[in-house]
Ligand binder design. Structure first.
Ligand SMILES: C[S@@+](CC[C@H](N)C(=O)[O-])C[C@H]1O[C@@H](n2cnc3c(N)ncnc32)[C@H](O)[C@@H]1O
Length: 372
């Protein structure tokens, strides 16, 4: 079936060094200013191939080694697109408008408060999703990521959330850390992470996994055994030299659809949906005070089926979270990877669906909340 599938490891993170151009900021700005002085759109257009030649010639004065103070880095493809847009303008005024936009992207960085996205160069962030439907064809298995933990989420989820809702050096907390997907991604992206996980055996295994992810940015990447329904996050953060967090990612069990342990404090062992929601509420209530105002909490949750009835666990969890001082900002629907067990029973599920008058789960939700 033909459908748009998102890249497993987005381009920014696997940036091809051959696609990157390191340009001398001042010289390039001057070149754009000269172009702006063209007398007509035709002369301006005629000058573009020469500029492109200079840009792509490694020995030209427009090029500079990476690491120089006066450097601006572009994707060759993106810069080509920007120049093509200038060249396709019908009027000098329009061409100058595009030129000014490019000059601004070269000269200044414009970021918001909660991420490092340079809004003057927003077109370059092809890897960052802004639509509410996320379709991933396979999980990112690079570095320390592995699919061996039943019930983990794909690394693309914390990747997207951290790029969108945190800056480098921010702290991300995960009260249901499991196999450490959030922690691995944070270490990679230069975000501090503190995770809590109830199951000591899982913590031990995850700590070993984390050793395989190189610490290039020198960030905290801590995992503690604990019960997130009663946890004192202020004390835990203090242990690692932090006072507050800038993003919380919550990926609880989807009630009892996977058994993680025998521990009664495990949300998967809640005796009813009502108790599950109350426990989830306890976790949110513990997390909320350490999250900075204006920052985000992401809840990743799917629905379940019981006694012939679709239980909208996702929306029930959303309602529960809203009781703790958050505003709902988005509901993302993400395609659901079938677990190994279910895959072998795919045909059986299809048959059951046809007989039972229901649809087989193929999606889960990512609810985005902003703290007031
Ligand atoms: C859906 S998994 C999270 C998977 C994780 N996102 C990953 O990618 O590996 C839920 C985890 O929450 C843990 N858990 C359940 N109840 C908990 C509690 N009260 N406190 C802390 N962790 C808990 C489970 O042991 C399980 O590892």
């Amino acid at each position: 079936m033909a459908r748009p599938l998102l890249p497993t490891r987005p381009p920014a993170e696997s940036a091809d060094p051959d696609d990157l151009l390191h340009l001398a900021r001042t010289s390039f700005t001057d070149a754009l200013a000269r172009l702006r002085e063209s007398e007509s759109v035709a002369t301006l257009r005629d000058a573009l191939p020469m500029l492109w030649q200079q840009i792509t010639d490694p020995s030209s004065s427009l090029r500079t080694p990476v690491g120089e103070a006066d450097v601006t880095t572009f994707s060759k493809r993106r810069l080509r697109d920007a120049l093509d847009q200038i060249g396709s303008a019908f009027t000098l005024e329009r061409a100058r408008y595009y030129l000014d936009r490019l000059a601004r992207a070269v000269q200044e960085t414009r970021t918001g408060r909660i991420n490092d996205i340079d809004l003057n160069r927003w077109k370059e962030y092809d890897d960052i999703l802004t639509d509410s439907l996320w379709l991933f064809d396979r999980r990112d298995a690079s570095g320390a990521h592995h699919a061996g933990f039943w019930g983990n989420f794909v690394p693309q989820i914390p990747y997207q959330l951290m790029r969108r809702y945190t800056r480098r050096g921010d702290l991300v907390i995960d009260p249901f850390a499991g196999s450490g997907t959030t922690l691995i991604e944070g270490r990679r992206l230069g975000r501090h992470t503190i995770g809590v996980e109830l199951n000591p055996a899982v913590v031990e295994q995850t700590r070993a996994t984390l050793m395989h992810e190189p610490d290039r940015h020198g960030v905290v990447c801590a995992l503690d055994v604990g019960d997130s329904t009663t946890l004192d996050w202020t004390a835990l953060l203090e242990q690692y030299g932090h006072r507050s967090a800038q993003l919380a990612i919550l990926h609880p069990p989807y009630h009892d659809i996977i058994r993680f342990s025998d521990d009664p404090r495990d949300l998967a062992n809640a005796p009813s949906v009502e108790t599950f929601l109350a426990m989830l509420g306890d976790v949110v209530a513990r997390v909320a005070p350490v999250l900075d105002g204006g920052r985000y909490l992401a809840l990743v949750l799917g629905d379940k089926y019981a006694d012939g009835e679709w239980i909208p666990l996702g929306f029930l969890g959303m309602q529960e979270t809203l009781r703790h001082g958050f505003t709902l900002k988005s509901i993302v629907v993400k395609n659901f990877e079938q677990t190994a067990g279910k895959r072998s029973q795919k045909e059986l599920w299809r048959y059951r669906a046809l007989v039972g008058g229901f649809y087989v789960f193929k999606h889960e939700y990512i609810f985005l909340f902003r703290k007031a």
